[in-house]
Design a protein around this ligand. Structure first.
Ligand SMILES: Nc1ncnc2c1ncn2[C@@H]1O[C@H](COP(=O)(O)OP(=O)(O)OP(=O)(O)O)[C@@H](O)[C@H]1O
Length: 337
């Protein structure tokens, strides 16, 4: 039996996938590695990178795929592109078995790896696009139209004749994203698309991804360590740890799964002993200001009403839980269970 936690929508996504556009059914990937154990001795052992993984992603969904280092995210993406063959289980992307029909699948997917470029390093940016035009056999009119649109949306006009190696990281990333979308893929895999970018470039890339998803209905699977990417782009998030799915659902539900707390910051008229409120506890006091923690799933209204009726309030505000802390707690719980 699976122990996947599902989100608020109550949809259990750990069972056998239905007609999901991306369907992963009890997939495993085991690597055999040799470890040096002495001068001439080597021992073989197995690394189970992905372990009985099942999920589906519907057409047009934009889903975050997160987990700690070594959790199995890249291995999953590599299997979904056909670079790696699963050791067991079944995979389908747009009805295609990635490992068996890798080149047919290539016409349906786009891939962006934040850590490395798919562009030709020494050539002007436009040359990589011309190569993609031929490689994917994109009809001329479609190519022109897509190129014009991507150049405009990603502000690449002044960069087309610049060799890729001379581009800044943010410019290169925008160039990579355009390259991944020139052939109108149905599915876009993004692996750390905002890594190393400054705040302005991050905002620009996120805005563009939102538009592509909304306008073209592109299905997006986004792997990132930047949780703001997820918060700003994905309504659904899947969390993987030790090759297994440990959470699948709405981002908001993660807080409950991680048993997180919201904080009510209360300003009183004067310094007082810690206030007494049912189902909330004072976690900090600084002069007339007090911090109260209460469960994230609970409404703040009864806490506020209780305070207002009994204490001299000047001001208050609610702070949402820090999602990074929530996820860290989830990982820690899984590690000990
Ligand atoms: N080619 C390989 N040979 C042997 N072991 C591998 C190979 N590729 C990945 N692994 C192992 O499989 C596990 C999962 O790795 P994977 O790269 O999928 O994790 P990840 O979640 O993408 O991590 P990160 O966030 O660090 O990129 C790790 O223990 C890793 O060492």
């Amino acid at each position: 039996m699976s122990d996947v936690i599902t989100g608020d929508d109550g949809v259990a996504r750990d069972g056998v996938p239905g007609d999901g556009f991306i369907a992963v059914e009890r997939v495993e990937k085991v690597f055999e590695v040799r470890r040096r154990t002495g001068f001439l001795r080597r021992e073989r052992h197995e690394v189970r990178a992905v372990d009985s993984l099942s999920f589906t992603v519907g057409r047009g969904e934009m889903v975050g795929y997160i987990g700690p280092n070594g959790a199995g995210k890249s291995t999953t993406i590599k299997m979904l592109t056909g670079i790696l063959t699963p050791s067991a289980g079944r995979l389908r992307v747009a009805g295609i078995d990635p490992a068996r029909e890798r080149s047919r699948l290539a016409h349906r997917i786009g891939v962006v790896f934040g850590q490395r470029t798919t562009l030709w390093w020494d050539l002007p940016l436009i040359d990589s696009y011309r190569l993609a035009h031929r490689m994917y056999r994109i009809p001329d009119a479609r190519y022109r139209e897509n190129l014009d649109r991507l150049v405009e949306l990603l502000d690449l006009g002044a960069l087309l004749d610049v060799p890729v190696r001379q581009l800044s990281l943010g410019q290169r990333m925008r160039g990579d994203i355009a390259a991944a979308l020139l052939h109108d893929p149905d599915v876009l895999y993004l692996d750390e698309p905002t890594i190393g970018l400054d705040v302005v470039s991050k905002a620009r890339v996120r805005e563009f991804l939102r538009e592509v998803n909304a306008e073209r209905g592109t299905t997006v699977l986004l792997t990132t360590h930047d949780l703001q990417d997820i918060e700003q782009l994905c309504s659904r998030v899947m969390v993987i740890d030790h090759g297994r799915l440990v959470y699948d659902g709405a981002l908001a539900g993660l807080h409950e799964a991680g048993e997180s707390e919201r904080t009510l910051v209360v300003d009183l008229e004067r310094e007082l002993p810690p206030v007494q409120v049912p189902s909330a506890r004072v976690v900090r006091v600084e002069g007339p200001r007090q911090w109260l923690a209460f469960p994230a799933g609970q409404s703040a209204a009864p806490v506020v009403a209780h305070l207002a009726a009994r204490y001299p309030l000047v001001d208050l505000s609610v702070r949402e839980p820090d999602i990074e802390a929530v996820i860290a707690r989830m990982y820690a719980e899984k590690a000990v269970s």
